[in-house]
Design a protein around this ligand. Structure first.
Ligand code: PRP
Length: 205
């Protein structure tokens, strides 16, 4: 039995579609259920930021999660396969009528991705104060909480609707199949068999 942690939302739904193709039948989590067993697999439904945690502690052998979340968590996991969906970028956003300008002595940056943000600015030796938020990041520059934001941009619509624009991409992200290191050795055959089936589905779609 392989246990696979899937995030709630789009990436989780797209992942279940891949398994539906592999199994030849549609299936989904029953409403409010967090565990789903099907054809010798056990699926866990968790928050996307928690997927690497479940896999790192081997509560799940495998997981599907965005590269942005993996980078932010920084846990030691096996990255098995880029699934090619859930594409987005992690970008610096500023007010639409401003230009990116790093000549001030310091900046306030609002984000939910503290680690990615800290790494980016420290590599560039730009002093920043990071303001950790949990959502609605685009609001921060509009009310003077921050000079800029670091956030996910998928279509760019949220920034546009709030008078912001992406000024610089920090990284590109997409959904990855990840594995726990011990599981990868102990269950290598099963994991590679599944990996190959998933690779076949995603390359054919
Ligand atoms: C993300 C992100 C942006 C939005 C970007 O939020 O924080 O607000 O999506 O998407 P867009 O470029 O297509 O407008 P999400 O919907 O994941 O909600 P969250 O803030 O609760 O994480």
């Amino acid at each position: 039995m392989l246990t696979i942690a899937l995030p709630k939302g789009r990436i989780g739904d797209d992942s279940l579609e891949i398994f539906a193709k592999i199994f030849g039948q549609d299936f989904r989590f029953a409403e409010r259920k967090l565990i789903l067993e099907k054809n010798g697999f056990r699926f866990l439904r968790v928050r996307s930021q928690d997927v690497p945690v479940y896999v790192y502690h081997q509560a799940a052998d495998l997981g599907v999660v965005g590269l942005d979340v993996l980078e932010e968590k920084g846990l030691d996991l096996v990255r098995l396969l880029d699934l090619g969906f859930g594409k987005c970028s992690v970008s610096i956003g500023i007010k639409a009528d401003e230009e990116l300008d790093f000549s001030k002595p310091s900046y306030k940056v609002a984000t939910k991705m503290e680690n990615i943000t800290r790494k980016f600015f420290s590599k560039k030796a730009i002093p920043v104060e990071i303001i950790k938020l949990y959502g609605s990041i685009e609001l921060a520059p509009l009310v003077g909480l921050a000079d800029m934001i670091v956030d996910i941009v998928e279509t760019g619509e949220t920034m546009r609707q709030n008078g912001l624009k992406p000024a610089l991409d920090i990284m590109q992200s997409s959904a990855y199949l990840i594995a726990n290191k011990n599981s990868f050795y102990a269950k290598k055959h099963d994991i590679l068999t599944l990996h190959n089936k998933i690779a076949e589905v995603v390359s054919g779609s």
